[in-house]
Design a binder for this molecule. Structure first.
Ligand code: ADP
Length: 281
């Protein structure tokens, strides 16, 4: 990769005209990245941008950040969807308190809709019992994700967020190679930042020529509710350092916040007012 026309342009594929603005969530210039095994989008739907939210491993807050990002875009008046591609660990419906099940319609499966109008598709919205384990092998999981793309009537969306399966294994690889992902947001925690796991997630996106649009550091610090002092439970932030290496921007640092955990556990994430730094979007 190399930079062209100043620091804010990243040449994604040498010799081609494929560019993306570094740090921008919604660039005007769409990256026309060749998708090796491109799966066809539902023919009655159109989707402006596809943004994956990734992490090196589970539990770092990827789903929470996906929900909050989607919410921020929806509040700007954009038409937003979330595909929960974390098939074996789906948590998006719970975060939004969605109780309905997906229904079949004339043009495909109809997503459930949150109180703020975000269309959501998740494996858990197909199961009779949300605690039921999804015991699928990799190819079946990947098949389910492809069906979420082709068999769901998304309608007209400005942006679709994909809560990606964690890690760098077979399933995320298939998702990357089947769906036209314009860019990814990486979610990490401070102790992860010093490990190689996040770098692996970055490396995977990089090898597949998918731009990293921003970095979110979750569990960044804990603010004492009594005196307001900040404590770095998982060590000092390394977000700026890593973002510098990757060539993206830190778009958020979320504290460890029991209130946020409670809101998402109770399906009331829409009451959270966390805002990411997307001023360049
Ligand atoms: P992942 O998708 O990476 O597996 P989740 O978003 O499901 O992670 O988060 C894991 C758990 O941590 C959830 O119970 C969530 O409510 C909680 N959580 C996430 N971020 C925070 C935070 N900043 N403060 C407190 N709890 C959080």
């Amino acid at each position: 990769m190399s930079f062209e026309d100043g620091a804010d342009r990243l040449l994604v594929t040498p010799g081609s005209e494929l560019y993306v603005k570094v740090g921008r969530i919604m660039s005007n210039e769409r990256v026309k990245r060749p998708v090796p095994f491109a799966h066809k989008l539902n023919e009655s739907s159109s989707i402006g941008r596809v943004i994956g939210v990734v992490s090196g491993k589970g539990g770092v807050g990827k789903s929470t950040v996906t929900a909050l990002l989607a919410q921020q875009f929806a509040r700007k008046g954009l038409k937003v969807g979330i595909m929960d591609a974390d098939i074996t660990g789906p948590s998006i419906p719970r975060i939004f308190g969605l109780k309905d099940r997906l229904k079949a319609g004339q043009y495909g499966l109809i997503p459930c809709v949150t109180s703020e109008g975000i269309k959501v598709v998740s494996m858990n919205l197909l199961l009779d019992d949300e605690t039921e384990a999804v015991i699928y092998r990799g190819p079946v999981i990947a098949g389910a994700v492809k069906q979420f793309w082709s068999d769901v009537y998304w309608g007209d969306l400005d942006v679709l967020f994909i809560d990606m399966p964690p890690g760098t294994g077979d399933v995320p690889l298939t998702v990357y190679q089947s769906l036209p992902i314009d860019g990814v947001v990486i979610v990490s925690s401070p102790q992860q930042l010093v490990s190689m796991i996040v770098t692996k997630a970055y490396d995977m996106a990089n090898k597949l020529h998918i731009p990293v649009l921003g970095l979110v550091e979750n569990y960044s610090y804990y603010k004492c509710p009594d005196c307001g002092s900040e404590h770095y439970i998982f060590g000092e932030s390394k977000a700026d350092e890593l973002a510098g290496t990757i060539g993206c921007k830190v778009i958020g640092r979320l504290p460890i916040d029991p209130a946020l955990a409670r809101l998402s556990d109770e399906g009331r994430i829409s009451e959270a007012d966390i805002v990411f730094d997307l001023e360049n979007e």
